[in-house]
Design a protein around this ligand. Structure first.
Ligand SMILES: [Mg+2]
Length: 371
């Protein structure tokens, strides 16, 4: 498993609609930015992070891969995952300029590619390499019907379609208008249409402050909200503790946290109830496992955020015993040799050896950008 080459790539895959918005972001493409690692005997491992398809910042990631990490990996044994993770993550000069951010999500891509290689060498899908599935069927919840840019009538239509025709029983709606009562009206309309048996989570993408969240929650409690995701600024532990103490609505967060230490601080403070790590923002599968085990030992559920649109997380979620469900956003699935697939509101368990990241030739030809 001696590493022969590390080849970065950037793909910009169009969404299944012109564009979408939440309270903070508007995007038309999803960036699949990462590396192919090839061993001397010809095995190919793929790993990637997810971006907003902004080429200048995507190139910072691929530059970190080719300039910083590739020279440290060539000639190494890809089997030595933990040692290689530490070699890259704790390399003094790189650590000096970034224990989070660009260097960290570049490492995510590398770490995932190394896991992909090891699973392929073992001839096993990642979930099986990790120890096997802990559930027969993994439930999915649908985020792709709930964007803030969708008008209220279409929000209700999409929610009903999702429940009645696609088999979902769990939805997530974005919130974060300047007037939170507009969001209450949207949630009320969906709750009225889908009835009491459907799970509705909401996601603020960090937009509001503490008083706005408290005013909103006082109204939203009557609507049976499953969780309130990223209510406030991503790193503000104290405000999340205060909110958690003032409402019974559970707090979910983690998609913007880069390190296991950041998760430790939120968990230890009682500032989070649903822990949402993302392999594409943490430094890959290796650090995700640390976070998932920490959450599990604190008796908290782990529900990954899908910066990878589920390709890797479906493996981790089938395996990890603290995981009751996984987010579903189907934007980039057709870029991969084994795309994520939903049947009756549940993820189909992957069967191909690897971590679900092997790109198709067609996707590379159609969506590649120069690194
Ligand atoms: Mg979110």
């Amino acid at each position: 498993m001696k590493i022969k080459s590390v080849e970065p790539f950037i793909l910009h895959a169009p969404l299944n609609t012109d564009s979408i918005s939440d309270s903070t972001h508007t995007i038309s493409h999803w960036g699949v930015v990462g590396a192919k690692i090839v061993t001397e005997d010809g095995l190919e491992g793929y790993g990637f992070t997810g971006t907003h398809a902004h080429l200048p910042s995507d190139r910072l990631i691929t530059s970190c891969i080719s300039e910083c990490y590739a020279p440290m990996l060539i000639g190494e044994d890809a089997q030595d995952g933990d040692r290689l993770w530490a070699k890259l993550a704790r390399y003094p000069a790189v650590q000096w300029v970034g224990r989070a951010g660009v260097t960290h999500i570049a490492l995510a891509a590398i770490d995932i590619a190394l896991w992909d290689l090891r699973a392929k060498r073992a001839g096993l899908p990642l979930w099986k390499l990790l120890g096997g599935a802990t559930v027969d069927r993994l439930e999915a919840y649908n985020t792709d019907i709930g964007w803030l840019s969708i008008p209220k009538d279409r929000l209700v239509e999409g929610s009903l379609r999702s429940i009645e025709h696609e088999g979902f029983k769990r939805l997530k709606l974005k919130v974060g208008h300047a007037d939170p009562m507009i969001d209450i009206g949207r949630i009320e309309a969906v709750r009225k249409a889908v009835g009491p048996g459907v799970t509705i989570a909401i996601d603020g993408n960090g937009k509001w402050d503490l008083p706005t969240c408290q005013r909103f929650c006082a109204q939203a409690e009557a609507l049976d909200i499953f969780w309130f995701e990223e209510p406030m600024w991503y790193d503000d532990i104290a405000s999340h503790v205060a909110l958690a103490r003032s409402t019974w609505i559970p707090i979910a967060l983690g998609e913007q946290l880069y390190t296991a230490e950041a998760f430790n601080a939120f968990i230890a403070s009682g500032a989070v109830h649903y822990v949402q790590p993302d392999v594409t923002r943490l430094a890959g599968i290796t650090e995700y496992i640390q976070v998932a085990h920490t959450a599990h030992s604190s008796r908290l559920p782990v529900v990954a955020h899908v910066g990878d649109m589920g390709q890797v997380h479906v493996h981790l979620s089938y395996w990890h015993p603290a995981t009751p469900m996984l987010e579903y956003i189907p934007w980039i699935k057709d870029c991969f040799a084994e795309p994520i697939r939903i049947e009756d509101g549940h993820y189909v368990r992957p069967q191909m050896p690897g971590a679900g990241c092997t790109l198709t030739k067609d996707a590379v030809a159609a969506f590649s950008k120069p690194c």
